[in-house]
Design a protein around this ligand. Structure first.
Ligand code: NAD
Length: 516
């Protein structure tokens, strides 16, 4: 990416600052540790001013027919597909993902434009409802945009999460005030630039950057609804702030996602599925698998296969599909992951594969890691690692495996590997927002039609599908007393004498309604 194209993108943030930039932060390339550019940091008052402009612009957008708004998303789909390689380049530059993992994310982002481009007019359609007093009245429900939607996104899936949350918010007739994470603002800004090229009025989507607390709070304070994705600790603060402002919120938070391997599973295939489920985006994925429970009849064979296959994985930097894994996204991620692994090992965990940084591959690279015997007092036993680290343990009774899988404060995603019918029976008993059978996370994650979200401390609310759009609307019920000839003859009673005449008819009506 050239310096000119970076400064064109960052120009949007500078414009929101209205020339009053007080500070910047250097954004570092995860692969090299070198500075890419300096990102302006906005203040709360600059975010407030941006929010007011969005509020004014949203009025005309709400009046724009839903089909026309959806048409812009379909146009955007074409633009994004044409520029897919450029999007992947920007995503790799900021996140350090391998080409394959960046391709997977960008494909998800592009799909969101297609899905909501096709489906949003249907989700927003006026819905005829059964009238309370048929003949005399009729009713229907309109879906009204909420106004300005605050969207706060993390650094790990900046393009997919932007597309999955921002596109339905715009399609529903809202304006969007988005806080991008400092590390991955270009990924958000380039999507915005393409959306404008596809016909979105530029004044409807403002991206702001800055301190998490100051700018994050300002986004919540200047929105009519906030969609937050990030850690559970921050999500709890956002939810409290939203409650104080009396606005709705959806919270997509952390996970500690289990996989259960049934006795009927083939060890080699199960090991490959664990690799696919655990090491996507170097494990920096909310739905990735972090713990595996394997039946003791195949435990040794599984651990041997998993260890050997994990050691074969390649880690490095390339703009082609050369490496299985890329880099961790930042030095703080490297410190976090190595710290959690080192602590577990110092308390007795066994390293089956990896377990160390890979400085020869890049300053923030870490080896894909398999551990066994992780003790209960290690922080990673219950806490999210958010890196390429898989903890394996054995079970002898399926009830015990299910209990251990469910014994977590999180409930985002889970996986079951083994003969399909039995695996589906186990899947039904796992307490998570999604469960994948003979897959780690992609079978559910890739389905735009299927709601995604968590239970317990993994979140509230859902993205994707109809739910991912209607949360950005409120219903308005229109009730109409019938007019014309019928209305002139008969109407809802107002006076006691009218009630006296109508009461027997209402009783008959209630009896008739019982039959339908
Ligand atoms: P984070 O909570 O530290 O930050 C997320 C975003 O919130 C960033 O933009 C940050 O600047 C902002 N922020 C920080 N303090 C804030 C405040 N007080 N008010 C408002 N915003 C504030 O999370 P992270 O480390 O960037 O992301 C990793 C976490 O996100 C992991 O726990 C991961 O599981 C989770 N995640 C969840 C999903 C999901 O869909 N469930 C998807 C991706 C990531």
């Amino acid at each position: 990416m050239t310096d000119t194209s970076i400064s064109t993108l960052v120009g949007h943030i500078e414009a929101s600052a209205r020339g009053g930039i007080q500070s910047t932060v250097p954004v570092l390339n995860p692969f090299s540790g070198k500075r890419i550019y300096d990102l302006p940091q906005l203040s709360a008052s600059q975010v407030e001013a941006a929010g007011q402009e969005l509020r004014a612009a949203q009025v005309a957008w709400a009046e724009t027919p839903a089909v026309k708004r959806a048409g812009i998303l379909l146009e955007l789909f074409d633009v994004l597909l044409k520029n897919q390689d450029k999007l992947i380049d920007v995503l790799q530059l900021e996140t350090g993902k391998s080409r394959a993992h960046a391709f997977e994310e960008v494909s998800g982002a592009i799909q969101s434009a297609l899905y909501y481009g096709k489906k949003s007019p249907k989700f927003l359609q006026r819905e005829k409802t059964r009238a309370g007093v048929p003949v005399l009245t009729r009713t229907w429900v309109e879906r009204i945009p909420l106004g300005v939607i605050g969207i706060i996104t993390p650094w790990n899936y900046p393009m997919a999460l932007t597309a999955l949350d921002v596109f339905p918010a715009l399609a529903a007739g809202n304006a969007v005030l988005q806080k991008a994470d400092n590390q991955t603002a270009l990924s958000v800004l380039i999507l915005r630039q393409y959306a404008i090229a596809a016909g979105l009025p530029s004044e409807l989507w403002t991206v702001v950057t800055g301190d998490g607390v100051e700018v994050g709070n300002a986004v919540t304070d200047n929105s009519d609804y906030v969609a937050f994705t990030g850690s559970t600790a921050t999500g709890q603060k956002v939810y409290q702030r939203a409650a104080a402002n009396f606005i709705g919120a959806s919270l997509e938070l952390g996970g500690k996602n289990p996989m259960i391997v049934l006795p009927g599973a083939k060890p080699a295939k199960a090991a490959e599925l664990a690799i696919g489920g655990a090491f996507g985006s170097a494990g920096q994925l909310c739905v990735s698998i972090e713990r595996v429970y394997v039946h003791d009849s195949i435990y040794d064979a599984f651990v041997t296969e998993l260890g050997r296959r994990t050691e074969e994985l390649t880690v490095g930097r390339s703009g082609e599909f050369d490496f299985d894994l890329g880099s961790l996204t930042s030095a703080s991620q490297l410190a976090r992951v190595s710290g959690l692994v080192d602590e577990a090992v110092s308390k007795g965990a066994q390293v089956i594969a990896g377990g160390k940084p890979l400085p020869a591959a890049g300053p923030n690279c870490y080896s894909p890691t398999v551990l066994t015997d992780v003790p209960e007092d290690a922080r990673m036993f219950r806490g999210e690692v958010f890196g390429p680290v898989l903890a394996v343990s054995s079970y002898s009774e399926i009830e015990d495996a299910i209990a251990q899988a469910n014994d977590s404060e999180y409930g985002l995603n889970a996986s079951v590997v083994g003969p399909q019918a039995e695996a589906i029976r186990v899947a039904n008993r796992l307490n998570a927002g999604s469960v994948n059978v003979n897959e780690g996370y992609r079978a559910s994650f890739a389905s735009m039609e299927s709601p995604m979200g968590g239970v317990k401390l993994s979140g509230l609310g859902r993205r994707n599908g109809a739910a991912g759009l209607v949360k950005y609307t409120q219903t308005k019920t229109i009730g109409v007393a019938n007019s014309g000839l019928l209305g002139a003859v008969i109407h809802l009673p107002n006076r006691a004498r009218e009630w006296k005449t109508m009461a027997p008819l209402f009783r008959i009506l209630l009896k008739v309604l019982r039959r339908f």
